[in-house]
Design a protein around this ligand. Structure first.
Ligand code: DMJ
Length: 452
């Protein structure tokens, strides 16, 4: 599958951001401005892990010769960070090739002007030439987005580590300080925060779009610090406790789901994006407050089951963008604009963590069903395409091969069918785009080890 996705990208869209597998041409996304090569950078570590050596070398040569950040481009700080900075860091740590470290730090420096706001909470969009930032015009009262500014932490700590320049770490630690100083409604984190006033925008809370990877990065900051970042651990478990109380519900037939919270009212809808949370709960279970380890493993398993049902109740056996638990349905999309599937990874991501942490064979079975569905319905001559409606009997293609399909979906599937000693979870942290960052050993721990 990786070969098919890569070869077609190479044939029809080489050097461009993504592939249109039906039109057989490049697809450009405004998220990266005029930065190019998103699929190449996103795919680097997957190629490496799958031992596709020739392909990895051609990708590396492209990075050396063509990856250019000296462009007049307005980019999404979040997307560029998770895909480009994350992809380059991961390629560096896996291969040891200096070019990737150099490019990651170069890009990190370009992103720093995003933090020039009164509160230090970064802008969502940044022109990397002029250094001028702004927020999405649709975001509540000019706010920055929790899942965007809250998903820089892991990469920026590594940028400081690899460059010797503390500025990257200082920027993300300041985000944490701002968050810790704010009152949280019912212990929850709203999705919107105004970077000028440093105050919350609308009280919308979500573990899916706009919120998701903020929670993921709290847990992973704890794990990536070799379990020394106690503040991150406390923030994570406090947040999860509030989420359980206010957002997690059970359907009448016993499916556990995570609803959205809008100023105290629940919308009984769960996004495909929210499905990553099953893996997150299970990954954090070992360090849960006394007596709660089994509870969080169980919660992870229940979310995995619900997300599986969202796939299984479609014709294509691939899940919709969002599914509902109201109006007499359970785990089914009811609105036409929520029926699409764009090759997203979150459900197989949760299967990967659940497989590694429980070895229950059902996760391999479910993952294989997803592989078959992808082959049956998304594979086309020119690569893999997303689908407009997973409930239809005939494919209606969206004609985009997303770069995260190569970075995440195929990598997680590969790992589900590999041995556990390929990228052990104790040593490697997956960023939110499935790029690999090693646990950063602290001096304190190194000293302890040396003393022993
Ligand atoms: C990816 O870019 C990342 O996983 C992100 O956290 C959420 N959206 C996409 C995949 O669905």
């Amino acid at each position: 599958m990786m070969k098919h996705a890569w070869n077609n990208y190479k044939r029809y869209a080489w050097g461009l951001n993504e592939l249109k597998p039906i039109s057989k041409e490049g697809h450009s996304s405004s998220l990266f401005g005029s930065i190019k090569g998103a699929t190449i950078v996103d795919a680097l570590d997957t190629l490496f892990i799958m031992e596709m050596k020739d392909e990895f070398e051609e990708a590396k040569s492209w990075v050396e010769e063509n990856l250019d950040f000296n462009v007049n481009a307005e980019v999404s700080v979040f997307e560029v960070n998770i895909r480009f900075v994350g992809g380059l860091l991961s390629a560096y740590y896996l291969s040891g090739e200096e070019i990737f470290r150099k490019k990651a730090v170069e890009l990190g420096v370009k992103l720093l002007p995003a933090f020039h706001t009164p509160s230090g909470i970064p802008w969502a969009l940044l022109n990397i030439k002029s250094g001028i930032g702004r927020n999405w015009p649709w975001a509540s009262g000019g706010s920055s987005i929790l899942a965007e500014f809250g998903t820089l932490h892991l990469e920026f700590l590594h940028l400081s580590h690899l460059s010797g320049n503390p500025i990257f770490a200082e920027k993300v630690m300041n985000i944490r300080t701002v968050l810790n100083n704010l009152e949280k409604p019912q212990g929850l984190y709203p999705n919107y925060l105004n970077p000028s006033s440093g105050q919350w925008g609308q009280y919308h809370v979500s573990v899916g779009g706009l919120g998701d990877s903020f929670y993921e990065y709290l847990l992973k900051a704890w794990l990536m610090s070799d379990k020394t970042d106690l503040e991150a651990k406390k923030m994570y478990f406090d947040a999860v406790q509030a989420i359980e109380t206010h957002l997690i519900r059970k359907s009448s037939t016993g499916l556990t789901y995570i609803a959205e919270w809008k100023g105290g009212l629940l919308e009984h809808k769960m996004g495909h994006l929210t499905c990553f949370a099953g893996g997150m709960f299970a990954l954090g279970a070992d360090d849960a407050p006394a007596g709660l380890t089994q509870h969080y493993l169980q919660l992870g398993a229940e979310i995995a089951r619900t997300c599986y049902e969202s796939y299984n109740r479609t014709y294509m056996k691939l899940g919709p963008e969002a599914f509902r638990f109201d109006g007499g349905v359970e785990a089914i999309a009811t609105r036409q604009n929520e029926k699409y599937y764009i090759l997203r990874p979150e459900v197989v991501e949760t299967y990967m963590y659940m497989w590694r942490l429980t070895h229950d064979p059902k996760y391999r079975k479910w993952a294989w069903e997803a592989v078959e569905a992808l082959e049956n319905h998304c594979q086309v001559n020119g690569g893999y395409s997303g689908l407009r409606d997973v409930y239809l009997r005939h494919e209606s293609y969206d004609d985009v091969q997303q770069s995260f399909f190569l970075a995440e979906t195929l990598k997680y599937l590969y790992l589900i069918f590999s041995d556990d000693d390929l990228l052990p979870l104790e040593h490697w942290i997956f960023n939110t785009e499935a790029h690999l960052l090693p646990v950063l050993c602290t001096n304190k721990k190194e000293v302890e080890v040396n003393e022993k």
